[in-house]
Design a protein around this ligand. Structure first.
Ligand code: GLV
Length: 387
C-alpha cells in the first residue's frame, strides 16, 4: 500500500490505472482550459491568517448542508461516467460517502442506476438531473429518485449545451469504450481495471439505456446531450422542474450575482457557485473569485455551496471562510476512486478532512461553524474590476 498523504498522490496512481479516455474525461476543461486551470490557481492567491495561543482542543468540522448533518462541509459532486473510472464506481463512492458521513450525489449520466445505488446504501443520497426536453423521461426519473429515497434534487443549470472538450472528441469517448486500435492498445496496459470491468454487468449509462427513447447513440455523452438536452431552458422551466420534484432543490452552476438573486427568489434550498469545473464556458472567471460577491448578494436568502477547483482541505476552508455553507468535490474523489476504488474515495475524504481540521486549528478556530472571512487574507484585486 503506497503512502498517500495528498490528493496528488491519488491522481498519480489513478493516471496509471485507468484508460486514457476516462482519465482525460475527468482531467479536462473546455476549449483552452483557461477556466479549468484558474479554478485551482486562483485558490492559491488566497492566504490563510495564522493565529497562535488559541485552545485547539476538541475541534469539530461537523455542520449541516440543506438541513442534513455532515461530518464536514463537503459533498461528492455529480460526476458522469463514474462507473467507468472503476467498476461499479458510483456504488463504491456512495458507500464511502455514507460511511464518512457526507452526501453523495448521483449523476444522471452515471453507469450504476439510481436503483443500483439505493440497493447498495442505507442513507438517502442526492440525485442530479440536467434539464432535458422530454418531460415524461424527467417525470419518470423524478419518480425513480423519489422511490429510491433521494433527499434532494440537484438541477444542473449550466449545461443546456455541452462545452467542447477536445480530448473527448479525439479519444472518441463513450461508455462502454468503443473498441479501436488505440483504445484496445491502451486498455491492454490497464489489466486490473479491465478485469474488474469484465466482472460487472454495469457498463452502460444505467439511468438512460432502457429508459430513454429515441437516442441514436446512448453510449455517447456528446450525442445524448445534443439530442436530449433542452437548449431553450429558462427560469420558468427551472421553476416547473422544481415544482415537479416537490422536495429539496439545489441549483448547481451559478456564477453570476444576477442569476444567484433569481435562484434565491425562486426558492431553491441551496445554490452551487460553480463553472462546472471549467468544463463549460472557457474564459469565465474561476468559481472562487465569484463566491464572495454571490455570498454578499444572496447569502442571507439562500444557502450557498461552492464547487470547482477544490483539491485540498485548505481549499474547503477558504471557500467556507468566504461564506460557503458547503462545498462539492468532483475530480478529487474521482482520482481516489480510479486509484483504489472505495478505499480511494475514503482516502480522499480522510486527506481532505485532515487538512481542513488541522488548517482550521492553525487559523485559531475549533469549529467549522465559527470560520469566517476573518481567517482569510484576500488580495485587493481578487474579485477584480471587470467592466
Ligand atoms: C457532464 O456534466 C460533464 O461535464 O461531462
Amino acid at each position: 500500500m503506497p503512502v498517500i498523504t495528498e490528493i496528488e498522490d491519488l491522481k498519480r496512481i489513478y493516471r496509471r490505472r485507468v484508460p486514457k479516455m476516462f482519465y482525460d474525461y475527468a482531467e479536462t476543461g473546455s476549449w483552452t482550459e483557461q477556466t479549468f486551470q484558474e479554478n485551482t490557481s486562483d485558490f492559491k492567491k488566497l492566504r490563510l491568517r495564522q493565529r497562535i495561543a488559541v485552545d485547539m482542543d476538541n475541534r469539530s468540522t461537523a455542520t449541516q448542508m440543506i438541513g442534513e448533518d455532515v461530518a464536514m462541509p463537503v459533498a461528492l459532486a455529480p460526476v458522469g461516467l463514474t462507473g467507468m473510472q472503476s467498476a461499479d464506481g458510483e456504488i463504491k463512492a456512495a458507500r464511502a460517502a455514507e460511511k464518512f458521513g457526507v452526501p453523495f450525489t448521483l449523476s444522471t449520466m452515471s453507469i450504476c442506476s439510481i436503483e443500483d445505488v439505493a440497493a447498495a446504501t442505507t442513507k438517502p443520497f442526492w440525485f442530479q438531473v440536467y434539464t432535458l426536453k422530454d418531460d415524461d423521461f424527467m417525470r419518470r426519473l423524478f419518480d425513480r429518485a423519489r422511490d429510491a429515497g433521494c433527499s434532494a434534487l440537484v438541477i444542473t443549470v449550466d449545461l443546456q449545451v455541452l462545452g467542447q472538450r477536445h480530448k473527448d472528441l479525439k479519444n472518441g469517448l463513450s461508455a462502454p469504450p468503443k473498441l479501436t486500435v488505440a483504445s484496445i492498445a491502451n486498455m491492454m496496459t490497464k489489466i486490473p481495471w479491465g478485469l474488474e470491468m469484465l466482472r460487472t454487468k454495469r457498463r452502460f449509462f444505467g439511468n438512460i439505456v432502457g429508459h430513454a427513447k429515441g437516442v441514436s447513440d446512448p453510449s455517447s455523452l456528446a450525442s445524448w446531450t445534443a439530442e436530449a438536452f433542452d437548449p431553450s431552458l429558462d427560469w420558468a422551466r427551472i421553476a416547473k422542474l422544481m415544482e415537479m420534484w416537490g422536495g429539496k432543490v439545489i441549483l448547481k452552476g451559478i456564477l453570476d450575482v444576477e442569476d444567484a438573486k433569481k435562484a434565491a427568489e425562486l426558492g431553491a434550498d441551496a445554490i452551487v457557485v460553480s463553472n462546472h469545473g471549467g468544463r463549460q464556458l472557457d474564459g469565465a472567471l474561476s468559481s472562487i473569485r465569484m463566491l464572495g460577491p454571490i455570498v454578499d448578494a444572496v447569502g442571507d436568502k439562500v444557502e450557498v455551496h461552492f464547487d470547482s477547483g477544490i483539491r485540498s482541505g485548505q481549499d474547503v476552508l477558504k471557500a467556507v471562510a468566504l461564506g460557503a455553507k458547503g462545498t462539492m468535490i468532483g475530480r478529487a474523489y474521482t482520482y481516489g476512486l480510479g486509484a483504489m476504488g472505495e478505499r480511494g474515495v475514503t482516502k480522499t475524504l480522510e486527506v481532505i478532512h485532515k487538512e481542513l481540521d488541522m488548517s482550521m486549528a492553525l487559523c485559531g478556530r475549533r469549529n467549522i461553524t465559527d470560520v469566517d472571512r476573518d481567517i482569510l487574507l484576500v488580495p485587493d484585486d481578487f474579485e477584480g474590476r471587470w467592466a
